[in-house]
Design a protein around this ligand. Structure first.
Ligand code: MN
Length: 213
């Protein structure tokens, strides 16, 4: 069975400048994301050891670590592809993104309402967290989630399709304490084609969850 591996960036470190500096991208991917990959693999090993030894004294901590590192790995893997140096603008202006643009308008009333909600959710995270646009398979709606750390405050079954990293490591070297400025700048690099691809895949997957009507 495979272990987790750090995916390569789909662009070079400077591709998202000036919105995100090359120094941040390098540290964020090569050090922070890599640490979550290692953490997930290490925790799986520790759980295997616990099973072998029938030693369950650390089970609560191990399960928490697994959720933290695995969710960190998954969110960052989405994050890199959600951004592009050619990104930005609004989804209805882009080729091949019409279904996503319609779903945003239906779920949130308008694109402006959606953008304001995701910006606020990301910019007001307390401590470390994420603002996320997710497909919710029971209702077929898009929802915004404000995630604590990498794994808390999530509706089970929802599939993240656009993720804004609001941890300080994502912006502090460049934006200092101005988290709102960073989140507002993020809209200039959103890769709407990637988000639309994830939306279509999430809708497909909903049928396999045995949740959708
Ligand atoms: Mn991060």
């Amino acid at each position: 069975m495979a272990t987790y591996t750090l995916p390569e960036l789909p662009y070079d470190y400077a591709a998202l400048a000036p919105v995100i500096s090359p120094e941040i991208i390098e540290l964020h991917h090569d050090k922070h994301h890599a640490a979550y990959v290692k953490g997930a693999n290490d925790t799986l090993e520790q759980l295997a050891e616990a099973r072998d030894k029938e030693s369950w004294g650390s089970i609560n901590g191990l399960e928490k670590n697994l959720a933290f590192h695995l969710s960190g790995h998954i969110l960052h893997s989405i994050y890199w592809h959600n951004m592009s140096g050619d990104g930005g603008g609004e989804p209805h202006e882009k080729d091949g993104v019409g279904e996503l643009a319609d779903a945003i308008a239906e779920s949130f009333g308008s694109y402006a309402g959606f953008k304001a909600q995701l910006t606020k959710a990301a910019a007001t995270t307390q401590g470390s967290g994420w603002g996320v646009l997710a497909y919710e398979p029971v209702s077929g709606r898009l929802i915004v989630e404000q995630i604590y750390d990498h794994q808390g405050n999530v509706g089970q079954g929802s599939v993240p399709i656009l993720v804004f990293d609001a941890w300080e490591h994502a912006f502090y070297l460049q934006y200092k304490n101005q988290k709102v400025d960073f989140i507002e700048a993020m809209w200039r690099v959103v890769n709407w084609q990637d988000v639309a691809r994830r939306y279509a895949a999430a809708k497909e997957r909903a049928n396999t969850l045995l949740l959708a009507p």
